[in-house]
Design a protein around this ligand. Structure first.
Ligand SMILES: Cc1ncc(C[n+]2csc(CCOP(=O)(O)OP(=O)(O)O)c2C)c(N)n1
Ligand code: SF4
Length: 285
């Protein structure tokens, strides 16, 4: 299979030059190289990122804003042998979907969650999200945002995620490799993908182009403290000229959610149960 085989005939309505194109390309290449297309399902939220539903020729569920993870979780439990990839925005995942995100770091179901983090609600014209920097001004914060953003990598590490990474939408070869690693990881894999919106968060593009660097090969993937220190190198703000690490911050094996349930050893649709309906109805009458 070639990456182009995963294209669709839908007209692409992302802004010309949107870094979402980089994410789309990296996903196509990763899925093609792993040869997993026939057994992969994707789930999206609602936002600019979610239009990826239309542009990827894969089994897909166009979800609800903030609810990518519960839908992906249900898909995985319905068929644990399937590869399931969720696509959310930073608004989607870290605002309305925040509680799901924290619990999925804890559950460790074998899912991959890709967050298109452009630090704004882009589809609804650029309001601030939980990862927008302090001082950001737009129609929803005309005097400048008063609060500091939180760091989703630190949060994921603290909540027990077993694969935590950051990618850059404009470094497609690197992002493709990250996505492959995330898919192959047995457990919950999370990549915060920096995706500077060139309409509503323009200033992030030159800053990231200048400051993004790849994590050193000597980084100890199993060391939680090292991962936390690396994650804190950049606080998602633009006041200082901080370097922005990309790559895998942390990876550890821990039993997956589904491996602990005997009912999930075999997909439900294959088990072929034959319930005795007459007996069940009699029992409940
Ligand atoms: C349940 C629900 N809440 C809110 C909305 C409104 N809404 C639609 S898109 C959107 C913003 C999406 O922002 P983000 O998730 O960051 O994705 P982006 O557009 O930046 O890719 C919002 C708030 C909605 N459609 N459904
Ligand atoms: S508004 Fe921003 S995120 Fe949405 S398509 Fe345009 S550039 Fe991309």
């Amino acid at each position: 299979m070639k990456p182009e085989d995963l294209s669709t005939k839908e007209i692409n309505t992302w802004c010309p030059g949107c870094p979402n194109f980089g994410i789309l390309q990296a996903v196509k290449e990763a899925v093609a190289e792993l040869a997993i297309a026939s057994n992969t399902a994707i789930v999206t939220g609602i936002g600019c990122h979610a239009k990826i539903y239309d542009y990827l020729n894969l089994k897909a569920f166009y979800g609800i804003h903030g609810r990518v993870l519960p839908i992906a979780f249900g898909t995985k439990l319905g068929d644990p042998q399937m590869t399931v990839i969720g696509f959310g925005g930073d608004g989607d995942t870290y605002a309305e979907g925040m509680e799901h995100f924290i619990h999925h770091c804890r559950y460790n179901a074998d899912l991959t969650m890709l967050v298109h983090n452009n630090q704004v609600f882009s589809l609804t014209t650029g309001q601030f999200t939980p990862t927008t920097e302090k001082g950001f001004k737009d129609g929803s914060s005309p005097l400048g945002l008063g609060e500091k953003p939180f760091n989703p990598l630190v949060l994921a590490l603290a909540a027990g995620a077993t694969f935590v990474a950051r990618g850059y939408a404009l470094n497609v070869p690197h992002l493709k490799e990250l996505i492959k690693k995330a898919i192959l990881h047995k457990g919950f894999s999370f990549i915060d993908i920096l995706q500077p919106c060139i309409v509503y968060h323009k200033h992030s593009l030159p800053y990231l182009n200048k400051n993004v660097y790849q994590i050193e090969k000597t980084h100890d993937l199993g060391n939680l403290n090292q991962a936390l220190a690396k994650a804190r190198e950049w606080d998602y703000s633009y006041e200082k000229d901080s370097k922005v690490p990309i790559g895998v911050f942390y990876q550890k094996q821990r039993p997956t959610f589904e491996s602990q349930w005997p009912q999930l050893k075999k997909p439900w649709h294959i088990v072929g149960r034959k319930p005795d309906w007459a007996k069940i109805i009699k029992e409940f009458k």
